[in-house]
Design a protein around this ligand. Structure first.
Ligand code: SF4
Ligand code: SF4
Length: 459
């Protein structure tokens, strides 16, 4: 067991990784896929195909709509049926390309074999361009375009790449299975990322509730080091299981003992963080010319008939996945995209998966019922649990008072990472996260407007 972890707050929910023994299984291809144009942080992509076009797997459907944006590729071969708004997982209409599937024909030049290729191009710019062309975004939840994150602004230097293999959210196991089943490819993807960033050191950080993954990755790296010096400087670090260890600021604290200041970014302290699934996608892009057309999704929950980790084509309707595994259980009342702490409730089972969809979690009424809210007893447990050092009881009070946005900003509501540790810890069942999240949106809106006004005034 490890005693290495982040220094402020955190909680220890039961990990409930009941799908951990489920190997990644390839889901059949549905009859129709729905590929959203806004699958990343930043501007939505712009379509470059038209209704009636024939497309192949891996073909570009849409190109970046701005500097912070990403390419979107077809996950199937077939005919474009429509380009129109369609409800996403949250039920909000988003532009979407509908494709009727015909066969499974891949674009020429994409290597779909299982052969593992160790050597990669010397020119970092070639690797970076392939990552951009493959439409890779952070697959740990943030979906920030990876090529942008790998290009630090002038004056900022990275001295440590961290691969986030914590998967600290309860129930999720797709990263764990990826480490066990595609560990070599993850390690090579890590070496490519390290090469692009020009750093000597990379750490693959894994929580100590996954000892098999830690052991396996150490063996994989020892073998790769015998083949090439490019794997020198990559180590595996075991971290104590504590939520939210996979949060960027928490992970940097745990691995590097450095603190990112309020409003700061990991690169400010010399760190770049990528997720395990992103490292695998980087391997696929650089070594196989394969864009993101599929991703691993954990389907789980005590009430669900069959636990699974599935390799799913992007844009697959949720109902297709659920029917494949036996249908919605009668006693399930809620489905979450992601884990129980930070995941979002799914409003629409006809919605389709996105690049960043990592899990579908089914919960029963008993698992979702919240205790009756009572008055704050000033126990301070929420502040003790907050990994950002905030005072959730105070943010709650200011939010509910109304019109206290200046005070909320002064008390750093904008630093909230929406981890839910405060809500999890509160004995009075106060919906702290819901209240704080709303205030955060308002305060960040004001901060953005202020920054825009300041920029305009300078011109
Ligand atoms: S949700 Fe926000 S306020 Fe609550 S513990 Fe997490 S970071 Fe702190
Ligand atoms: S944990 Fe709940 S009851 Fe305790 S101080 Fe925080 S808000 Fe109040």
């Amino acid at each position: 067991m490890s005693n290495r972890t982040f220094s402020i707050g955190g909680v220890h929910p039961a990990d409930n990784k009941i799908s951990r023994e489920c190997k990644i299984e390839t889901l059949p291809i549905p009859e129709t896929v729905y590929i959203h144009l806004g699958q990343h942080i930043g501007a939505p992509a712009k379509p470059v195909v038209a209704v009636g076009d024939k497309v192949k797997v891996g073909q570009v459907l849409a190109e970046p709509g701005g500097f912070v944006s990403a390419y979107i590729h077809s996950s199937v071969s077939g005919t474009v049926k429509s380009i129109a708004p369609r409800a996403d997982l949250a039920g909000n209409p988003q532009m979407c390309i509908e494709i009727a599937v015909e066969g499974d024909e891949w674009l020429e030049g994409i290597d779909t074999s299982d052969t593992v290729i160790t050597d990669f191009p010397d020119e970092a710019s070639v690797c970076l361009e392939k990552i951009k062309a493959a439409g890779i975004v952070g697959l740990g939840g943030a979906t920030f375009p990876t090529h942008v994150k790998l290009s630090p602004p002038p004056g900022k230097k990275c001295d440590m790449l961290i691969i986030n293999g914590c998967e600290c959210e309860p129930y999720l196991t797709s990263d764990f299975r990826t480490l066990l089943e595609k560990g070599e490819q993850v390690a090579i993807g890590t070496a490519i990322l390290k090469h692009i960033l020009g750093v000597d050191k990379a750490t693959i950080a894994i929580e100590d509730n996954k000892p098999e993954a830690i052991k396996h990755m150490k063996e994989v790296l020892a073998n790769l080091r015998k083949v090439s010096t490019r794997f020198a400087g990559i180590c595996v670090m075991s971290l104590m299981k504590k939520y939210p260890e996979g949060g960027e600021k928490q992970l940097i604290d745990a691995v590097m003992h450095r603190q990112v200041a309020s409003g700061g970014l990991p690169i400010d302290v010399g760190a770049v963080i990528q997720n395990v699934a992103t490292a695998l996608a980087v391997y696929d892009a650089v070594q196989k010319n394969k864009p993101i057309v599929d991703n691993s999704v954990t389907v789980t929950g005590e009430c669900f008939p069959r636990q699974a980790n599935l390799l799913v084509r992007v844009g697959t309707p949720l109902r297709f996945i659920i029917d494949y595994l036996g249908g919605v259980p009668e006693n399930a009342v809620k489905v979450i995209s992601g884990g129980p702490m930070m995941g979002r409730a799914i409003a629409n089972l006809d919605a389709a998966t996105l690049k960043g969809t990592s899990a579908l979690l089914f919960l029963t009424r008993e698992q979702t019922v919240r205790g009756k809210e009572s008055n704050c007893i000033r126990c301070g447990k929420c502040a003790e649990a907050c990994p950002m050092g905030l005072e959730p009881f105070l943010l709650n009070r200011l939010s509910r008072a109304g019109g206290m946005l200046d005070a909320l900003e002064a008390n750093a509501v904008q630093d909230c990472i929406e981890c839910g540790c405060c809500l999890y810890s509160c004995p009075a069942n106060i919906p702290l996260l819901d209240v704080i999240r709303q205030s955060k949106v308002q305060v960040m809106g004001i901060m953005r407007a202020r920054a825009a006004a300041a920029t305009a005034a300078k011109k």
